[in-house]
Design a protein around this ligand. Structure first.
Ligand code: ADP
Ligand code: MG
Length: 708
């Protein structure tokens, strides 16, 4: 008899289990449990360890505890503001405890006299009696085991944790004879100290001890992550198999000259990443690499090295930025970096000509645009920098060799694809995606599993760190404005950033305009203050930016349009109004606009009433300027749902694994997947694993992931 496989469990519907009536089956459907596999992977939400159980008589004020007791009475009443209050008294033989639930009217139906419940909470003495307010309650029934699993249950579905336990028991009991097969080779299990698959399923549902539960969880976590990594990497292999790229000249003729022409030595990280990029580009397989680097880490130099690697072999490079302002900034920056660079031109008198860089955006006048397009088509422009305009109809390249996309989170996948399609003769250009929003490495392996990831994790030397303060009170706020005036007095400049309020931009324009007028009239009276927001025409924007750039404005009041790319080294103060409304990543990005020169810089966060998570975000910003550390905090505060996207997480089969908690396992799964696929790209020699990858992660799921 062969051991049972996951497919066997998937092929069996839950209604075939004893005790699953048609109405229970319907209820299970509601919580997405349709097959026996769904049931087996419907994991306990937590465990009651009865050795930690307290008696009501022994409860201490303010000390969290768990008690197991019987419901004595349930009483519902309406209170002020049309709210409900349900009061439940429970008794465990040693004493009575009052539970009070505010705004949970359904508790009145859920709990009834005589029921056994487990209650977690913090008791307080209220009018002489122990009371817990809004405690966690589980209905467990009479339990004899020492460790009792508690399943997530949906009240409205009408199933309780005890029923789930019974059905799971039945599945496990029926599986004993054949056993549950293990798709992992013994050697891998030994290397990572993993328990067998059968034991893992058995123990996660019916642990003998919490240590055993921990081992079981690790095994199942590893399985989830390994399947995902196998899927992502197999996908990448398939893409690469069908794709023909350009083997770029890996010599460093132009790149070498460029590096020498810089006024500074590269950082170790820049050298490493440039090497990674050039190595990729020399391969016949198109590069698909993500470059993560904090604001100011020096990504531009890497981008230029990639562009030049294409150019030195006679191809072209494109750099695409999300906004007009940023594209222009890049254009000016790249042009000055490449000043006086020449490229071979066999047909010309000197056999060389100046390297040509062009800017192409929606603002480019028609005649100019036509001319640039013609030169791109003829191969006379080596590097083109622009916005979405680059991927529009009519833009054709003689030989597009590499595409660098800055700040990819603003670009849709379709746009990236469109630019890739500008390659000629079915040859795909290499793609380098740059982002200044670092995400933790392990999360990157999951979210960008189809990309190779390079990290610029070293700041160029000589940066004066930005000090960040959080102004909470009106007095502190007025100190902030005094500081702005003092800095301006020293010849420096400042940004004042206001949050976006709505998508349309009209309210933003109003609110930022209000702030601007108020500051000009009051706090910053006498200073030269400019205003920048998304509702201005591009020409107006450009003119304000220019005034600020050349120092004709002391203060720039702006919405987040300045978030990326604006580079004015003389700006040393950034004031962020209503800072609690921004996320960590965005605040960090904004802050990166100062501290770009050799002057000491400050970022001031105005947030009078930030509490809870918002306050933690601000504290994190005050505490560190390390983008990766902040990314970790962000992940911890927001949960991985927001990184993966709730829907994505649901569809990636990550039921137990947490990108935060299981970082080491992500890494191990990635390495293992690479190792397995290196020797056996189609998993021919691991058919059980291959089946599981297909079973858990159908094609749709992977497609969805790729579109992140
Ligand atoms: P990013 O795009 O990663 O935010 P930039 O490429 O704009 O950073 O670089 C920020 C600043 O640091 C620029 O003024 C750049 O000239 C400078 N820079 C880059 N690399 C180095 C280096 N290795 N040493 C010193 N300065 C550097
Ligand atoms: Mg940049």
């Amino acid at each position: 008899m062969l051991p049972l496989t996951m497919a066997d469990f998937k092929n069996k519907n839950v209604e075939h289990l004893n005790g699953v009536s048609p109405s229970k089956a319907r209820a299970l459907w509601e919580i997405d449990v349709r097959t026996v596999l769904d049931l087996l992977t419907y994991y306990p939400r937590r465990y009651l360890d009865r050795t930690n159980q307290a008696m009501i008589a022994d409860l201490e004020d303010g000390v969290e505890a768990m008690v197991m007791a019987r419901v004595h009475s349930v009483f519902t009443k309406k209170i002020r503001g049309n709210r409900t209050m349900v009061t439940v008294t429970v008794d465990d033989g040693s004493g009575r405890l009052r539970l009070v639930f505010f705004n949970q009217p359904w508790r009145g139906n859920q709990l009834e006299k005589g029921q056994e419940v487990v209650v977690f909470g913090k008791p307080d003495l209220y009018r002489g009696q122990q009371q817990m307010t809004n405690p966690v309650v589980d209905l467990v029934g009479d339990e004899t085991g020492r460790i009792v699993p508690v399943y997530p249950q949906s009240g409205k579905a009408g199933i309780n944790t005890r029923e789930i336990r019974r059905w799971v028991d039945e599945v496990l009991r029926r599986s004993e004879k054949r056993g549950i097969g293990d798709p992992l080779p013994e050697s891998l299990r030994a290397r990572h100290n993993l328990v067998g698959r059968h034991e893992a399923f058995d123990t996660i549902h019916r642990p003998e001890s919490m240590t055993a539960q921990y081992d079981a969880r690790n095994r199942l976590v590893f399985d989830e992550l390994l399947r995902l990594q196998l899927k992502l990497i197999m996908r990448k292999l398939v893409m690469q198999k069908d794709a023909l790229g350009i083997c770029h000249d890996s010599g460093d003729e132009l790149v070498g000259r460029f590096v020498k022409s810089l006024g500074f030595p590269l950082t170790g990280a820049q050298r490493r990443v440039i090497h990674e990029v050039m190595k990729d580009m020399a391969q016949p397989v198109p590069m698909h690499r993500l470059l993560q680097g904090d604001v100011g880490a020096g990504k531009t130099v890497v981008a230029v090295a990639a562009l030049l690697t294409a150019v030195q072999g006679g191809h072209q490079g494109a750099l695409m930025a999300p906004t007009e302002v940023l594209a222009t900034q890049h254009y000016l920056g790249v042009r000055s970096l490449l000043n006086e660079m020449v490229v071979p031109a066999p047909n010309s008198l000197l056999a060389e000509r100046p390297l040509q860089v062009a800017l192409l955006t929606n603002q480019t006048p028609g005649a100019e645009r036509t001319r640039i397009q013609a030169r791109l088509g003829a191969g006379e422009v080596d590097i083109v920098i622009g916005t979405h305009a680059l991927i529009q109809e009519g833009v054709n390249f003689a030989s597009l060799g590499v595409v660098v996309v800055d700040e990819q989170h603003r670009f849709g996948v379709e746009q990236r694809a469109a630019l890739r399609a500008k390659g000629s003769n079915d040859v795909l250009p290499d793609v380098l995606v740059m982002t200044a929003t670092p995400i933790p490495r392990t999360a990157a392996m999951t979210v960008y599993g189809d990309l190779d990831v390079s990290v610029l994790d070293e700041m160029p030397p000589g940066r004066t760190p930005i000090s960040t303060r959080w102004a909470r009170t009106p007095a502190e706020e007025s100190e902030v404005w005094d500081q702005v005036k003092a800095e301006v007095g020293r010849g420096r400049q400042a940004y004042v950033v206001c949050p976006l309020i709505d998508e349309s931009g009209s309210i933003d324009a109003r609110s930022v305009t209000d702030t601007y007028e108020r500051l000009q009239a009051e706090e910053l009276a006498g200073l030269r203050v400019g205003l920048l927001h998304g509702r201005l025409s591009p020409a107006e924007k450009e003119s304000v930016m220019n005034l600020f750039r050349v120092g004709a404005l002391d203060v720039l009041v702006a919405t987040t349009v300045i978030e990326v790319g604006v580079d004015v080294p003389n700006a040393t103060v950034m004031v962020i109004v209503d800072a609690a409304r921004f996320g960590i990543a965005q605040l960090h990005q904004l802050r990166g606009r100062v501290g770009r020169g050799d002057q000491e810089s400050t970022c001031c966060l105005l947030a009078a009433d930030a509490v809870g998570v918002a306050a933690e975000r601000l504290r994190a910003l005050v505490g560190t300027t390390d983008g990766f550390e902040l990314a970790e905090t962000d992940l911890a505060l927001r949960g991985e749902g927001t990184i993966l996207g709730e829907r994505q997480k649901g569809r990636t089969d990550l039921k137990l694994a947490s990108l935060r908690r299981d970082k080491n396992w992500v890494k191990r799964a990635r390495d293992t997947a690479e190792e397995l696929l290196d020797l056996d790209p189609g998993l021919e020699r691991h058919p059980a694993l291959r089946c599981e990858v297909e079973l858990f992660l159908g094609d749709d799921d992977a497609d969805y992931l790729m579109k992140s």
